[in-house]
Design a protein around this ligand. Structure first.
Ligand SMILES: *Cc1c(COP(=O)(O)O)cnc(C)c1O
Length: 421
């Protein structure tokens, strides 16, 4: 459920007509709903209660500082995968003891940043990283709380580019090697082993792979405790999928996911962490765009929008489907026609949808891409020197621009011509 509905024939974000935002901000723009973000965060806290838990929002899915402040103020923790994301969490006022640091390639500088600024835990992904962290922590006279990310070798049955829990993926250490790596971790100075971490992929629409992975984590936890480790926290990752179409998809509900967590690891007495990104942010955002031209081609018609693959890369990168809806509600009996929906970028891959049935649209009409809150704005670029798409946050009947569209002067001033040229 989200808060983007037609009212009086116009698509609204909560109580704001999207036409009002478009008039003030121009298109394209992203718009997020505070009510949807809040609701999705609470679905997880309710699903995990009464287990001791922390829901750490995966910043990489939607990293605007205003959104992080909204979630942080609700009590959310943050899952960061870079020093930049760590800085964003801090800028949003999230205390270090609610920030979890994930990622396969943490640099020593990033480790220093998090150790001195405060960190809940590092999710360590390799032996070389473990040794580097021990060195950095020791040199600072500090201790790094860690989990080790294990790769459970389960097939998440999702798109190959976002599956992370098979042995061929670069993530984590093979679960069969885990006891040896934990033994090394326990022997290293500056390292405090507190738990186990797993994350098997993104956009999972079936709970079975989670169940397989979490059962393996439960077995490993018992074995590690028998080896003498004080395992007291389990980070179970993110990855719960969302419906990208209104009609035929029914991904698992957070409540069922919570029940699965209780069933598989609930009796271990551990604090539970999860790292959802997409389920919190995905359906909390739209990308709004205008029609530049309707072009009648050979056997097909093109809807050419002012949004492009640089603003929303998911369709060209993951073959992702986004529902596209007109901002002005079509009359009830309107017959849809098939359009190829494309952007202005000079790449054939700049195609959002092929032969998509849509109510007829004309130049200047507004359309909205649904489910664009996650992995949308964060993956945007300025390819084709198209200014980075702005972001808007709505609450009730008011809205604010939370990232301005850069001016062309700002864009051009980032380049410098060397004096010798
Ligand atoms: C990407 C990622 C997440 C979030 O995944 P979603 O599918 O957005 O829930 C969580 N944890 C880690 C380590 C990730 O890499």
């Amino acid at each position: 459920m989200d808060h983007f509905l037609y009212k009086n024939g116009t698509l609204h974000a909560e109580d704001v007509p999207l036409t009002d935002i478009a008039a003030q901000v121009g298109t394209p723009f992203y718009v997020y709903s505070t009510a949807t973000l809040t609701r999705h965060y609470h679905l997880f806290t309710e699903a995990l209660s009464p287990l001791p838990h922390m829901v750490c929002f995966a910043i990489k899915s939607l990293s605007n500082v205003a959104v992080l402040k909204l979630l942080g103020d609700l009590g959310a923790g943050m899952d960061v995968v870079s020093g930049g994301e760590y800085r964003r969490a801090k800028a949003a006022g999230v205390p270090g003891d609610r920030i979890v640091f994930s990622g396969v390639g943490k640099t020593r500088d990033e480790m220093r940043l998090a150790l001195t600024g405060g960190i809940r835990q590092f999710n360590v992904e390799s032996e070389p990283e473990l040794r580097a962290l021990s060195e950095v922590a020791t040199s600072l006279g500090l201790t790094a709380p860690i989990t080790i990310r294990v790769n459970p070798d389960v097939d998440a049955k999702t798109h190959a580019k976002i599956a992370t829990g098979k042995s061929e993926n670069k993530f984590g250490i093979p679960i069969a090697k885990a006891r040896n790596v934990y033994a090394e971790a326990a022997s290293l100075p500056g390292i405090d082993v507190i738990g186990v971490d797993v994350h098997i992929g993104s956009q999972l629409t079936d709970l079975a792979p989670f169940e397989a992975a979490y059962n393996k984590v439960a077995d490993l936890t018992r074995a590690l405790r028998a080896d003498g480790h004080n395992i007291r926290r389990l980070d179970l990752g993110g990855g719960l999928g969302i419906p990208y179409t209104r009609s035929n998809e029914a991904p698992p509900l957070p409540m069922d996911y919570g029940a699965l967590i209780k069933r598989t690891v609930g009796d271990l007495g551990c604090e539970i962490e999860i790292e959802p990104g997409r389920l919190i942010s995905g359906n909390a955002g739209l990308l709004v765009s205008s029609v530049i031209y309707v072009k009648n081609g050979e056997g097909r018609d093109f809807l050419i929008l002012d949004a492009a693959m640089n603003d929303l890369v998911r369709p060209s990168m993951y073959d992702a489907h986004h529902d596209i809806v007109p901002v002005i509600e079509p009359a009830p009996a309107t017959e849809p026609a098939a359009f190829d929906v494309v952007g202005p970028v000079c790449e054939t891959g700049d195609t959002f949808a092929k032969a998509r049935p849509l109510a007829p649209l004309s130049e200047g009409d507004l359309v909205a891409f649904r489910s664009a809150g996650a992995y949308g704005a964060v993956m945007a670029s300025e390819y084709n020197t198209r200014p980075l798409v702005p972001e808007v946050l709505v609450k009730g009947d008011h809205f604010a621009v939370i990232r301005q569209r850069p001016t062309f002067d700002e864009i051009l001033n980032r380049d410098t011509i060397p004096s010798w040229l």
